[in-house]
Structure formats: C-alpha cells, structure tokens
Design a protein around this ligand. Structure first.
Ligand SMILES: Nc1ncnc2c1ncn2[C@@H]1O[C@H](COP(=O)(O)OP(=O)(O)O)[C@@H](O)[C@H]1O
Ligand SMILES: [Mg+2]
Length: 229
C-alpha cells in the first residue's frame, strides 16, 4: 500500500489527470520504435516549435513570437486503424508536458460530444427542479468542458467516430472548439480515420478548409501495428 505522499510524488498522477490512455503513460516520442521518418520529422518539429505555437493566456507583446504562422497550429494524424495515431498523439502530449511543463489533456472526441449533451441535460434538469445531484453533475461536466477549451494542448482522439445526429451537432461542436482553440493560440492534436479531403462529408466544407489552417496534416501510412503484420 502506497502512502498518500508517495502517490502525489508519483508521475502517474500527471498522466492520470491528463487522461492519457494507461498503456501510453510516461512514453514520450523517444520511446516509440519504428516511427515513420516523415512522421518523426513532423512531430519533432511540432515539439521544437512549441513556444511559437502556444501563447499563454497572460502573454505580453514581448512574448509573442516574431513569426506568427505557427500560433495555435496543431497536428492532424490521419490513417487507417492500427497505424499508430493514438500512440503517437499520446507520446507528443507526454513529451510536451515533460519538456515544457504545459498542461495536456487527452479526450476521445465522442466522449467530448457526449459530455456536452450530458452537461446540457443535467443543467436543464437543475434549472427546472433545483435538484442538487443534477447541479453537481453539470458542474463537474462544466469543469471538463472548460478544460478541453482552455488547456494548452488537447488531443481529440478518433474524430469522425462519434455519433452524428441530423442536427449536425458534432460538426458545430467541433467547429466551435477547434476555431476557439486556434484563435486563442492553443494547438490541438486530432486523430482520425478520415482523409482530410473527406471532412466535408463528416463535417462541412468550411471546416475542411479551416482544418489545414489549424493543423499540419500527418498521414500515418504503413502496416497495421495491431495485426503485427
Ligand atoms: N511505431 C510503432 N511501432 C510498433 N508498434 C506500434 C507503433 N505505433 C503503435 N503501435 C502499436 O500498434 C497498436 C495500434 O496503435 P494505435 O496507436 O492504437 O493505432 P490507431 O490509433 O491508429 O488505431 C497498438 O498496440 C500500439 O501499441
Ligand atoms: Mg486510435
């Protein structure tokens, strides 16, 4: 049995709080073997230019980078299942946290969409009934949603796998989140099975064009690591 003190000193707390999938805890980009050289080059460049990408909330004019072209710019890792998207995204977040101390957060996009729906439902119930439990629920979800909006680096895993309602709710959510984060100098790492050219089908055309402004596109080609082929 660990003491509470040992637990708070343990690095696991960092990765648990960041909601990194447990199999990737503590593994930075240097711990991935067989990374495709092109992918490696792009993620190393992402990390090396972090200070040009992320602008802290209290940044002064002097702290803004001379070259603004990378401000708020993230990565879009796309490719078939098993090509290492989640592994790579987790590793980049881990290295950013270690090297720069920046708070990072990992969330499957479907969970984020569900959290928004639940938040709205619990809030409506609280407003209609004043129920304490509903209040606690919606406040906890509010904290999660705020974190995804404001955290220096967020990984949105498996975009396009969420359930799409006819209202285009997921598209609107995604649009607001990615545009808001980019506008405020907060890079986002997205992973998806969808080719960037197909994003107009899942979301919409303006989102598709904005995507390449907000993210560098990283094709994850090659063998399916999961099948071990
Ligand atoms: N570069 C790599 N070398 C070896 N195995 C890898 C590599 N990247 C990922 N894997 C393994 O392959 C499997 C699939 O990786 P994952 O990141 O989940 O793929 P995706 O998110 O693209 O579906 C996992 O078991 C992971 O540990
Ligand atoms: Mg994955």
């Amino acid at each position: 049995m660990q003491t509470a003190e040992a637990q708070t000193r343990d690095e696991s707390l960092v990765w648990r709080t960041a909601r990194i999938p447990v199999k990737h805890w503590g593994r930075g980009i240097e711990d991935i073997d067989q990374m495709h050289p092109e992918v490696q080059r792009t993620v190393e460049h992402f990390i090396a230019t972090w200070r040009q990408r992320y602008v802290p909330l209290d940044a002064t004019m002097a702290q803004l980078p001379e070259d603004r072209s990378l401000v708020g710019k993230g990565l879009l890792l796309f490719g078939n299942a098993g090509t290492g998207k989640t592994t790579t995204a987790s590793a980049v977040a881990t290295t950013i946290r270690r090297r720069f101390g920046a708070v990072v957060f990992f969330v499957p996009f479907a969970d984020y969409v569900q959290a928004l729906i639940d938040h709205r439902n619990w809030r409506d119930l609280y407003q209609a009934t004043g129920d304490e439990f509903a209040r606690e629920k919606f406040m906890a979800l509010q904290k999660l949603l705020d974190k995804v909006l404001t955290c220096p680096l967020v990984v949105l895993d498996d975009m396009g796998k969420e359930h799409h309602t006819s209202s285009g709710f997921a598209a609107d959510v995604f649009d607001a989140l990615i545009r808001g984060r980019h506008r405020n100098g907060r890079p986002t790492i997205l992973t998806s099975n969808n080719k960037p050219g197909d994003w107009d089908k899942t979301y919409n055309l303006s989102m598709q064009s904005f995507l390449t402004e907000a993210c560098e596109v990283v094709p994850m080609a090659g063998r399916d690591h999961r099948r071990g082929a």
